[in-house]
Design a protein around this ligand. Structure first.
Ligand SMILES: Cc1cc2nc3c(=O)[nH]c(=O)nc-3n(C[C@H](O)[C@H](O)[C@H](O)COP(=O)(O)O)c2cc1C
Length: 181
């Protein structure tokens, strides 16, 4: 299991201006094509991405409602555009402005495609705040960064290791509550 106290999660990768991240998926969202830029920015090799669900990139900061709305829009045959924070293989992150739309062959919807581009820094900060507020309003998970005594951490991490579950679930359990998932 990845060390949950690792700093890697807070390291941002910038999408170079003018470069496009391109992917295609089948109708269920399984990746069928990934370009080199997609692989380089996400930290995966193209062959590691093809065949995997596109949610392999899902960042816990993304509100559920954003993807619900995305799927509703593209299933209805319209293009969807929006800001997405993605998680890299090394657990770092990158922001993109994504356009997702259907690929049609002889008038029939056969795949989806996505083009993703650079987001200016001020916009990334604004979207982070907006998505944090949305998760809070939706009763979704809250990001918690805390410094605890090493002994407390060792005990929590030991329990998480023994149970094979995340620290977040261990903390919830200590309080007698189980998170929704
Ligand atoms: C063409 C296409 C591109 C997508 N790109 C992303 C993406 O970059 N990041 C992401 O988290 N989800 C992306 N998704 C949505 C995922 O399929 C998935 O719905 C999302 O990650 C939420 O995960 P969940 O549906 O398992 O809750 C994409 C879907 C499609 C059809």
């Amino acid at each position: 299991m990845t060390d949950p106290s690792s700093y890697a999660m807070f390291v941002e990768t910038e999408v170079p201006e003018g470069e496009l991240i391109i992917s295609r998926t089948d109708l269920e969202g399984t990746i069928t094509y990934a370009n080199e830029t997609f692989a380089a920015i996400s930290g995966y090799r193209p062959e590691e991405l093809v065949g995997r669900s596109h949610n392999i990139l899902r960042h816990p900061d993304m509100p559920k409602s954003v993807f619900r709305q995305m799927w509703k829009t593209i299933r209805a045959g319209a293009p969807w555009e929006g800001y997405v924070k993605n998680m890299r293989k090394d657990r770092g992150y990158y922001w993109v402005y994504a356009t997702v739309s259907g690929v049609y062959r002889e008038g029939e919807l056969v795949e989806y495609k996505s083009l993703r581009a650079f987001v200016p820094e001020a916009k990334r900060i604004a979207m982070q705040e907006r998505y944090d507020a949305m998760r809070r309003e939706e009763g979704d998970r809250i990001r918690l960064v805390a410094y605890v005594p090493a002994e407390v951490y060792r005990r929590l991490a030991g329990l998480a290791e023994a149970e094979g579950i995340g620290l977040d679930r261990i903390i919830a359990r200590q309080l007698g509550r189980f998170p929704a998932e």
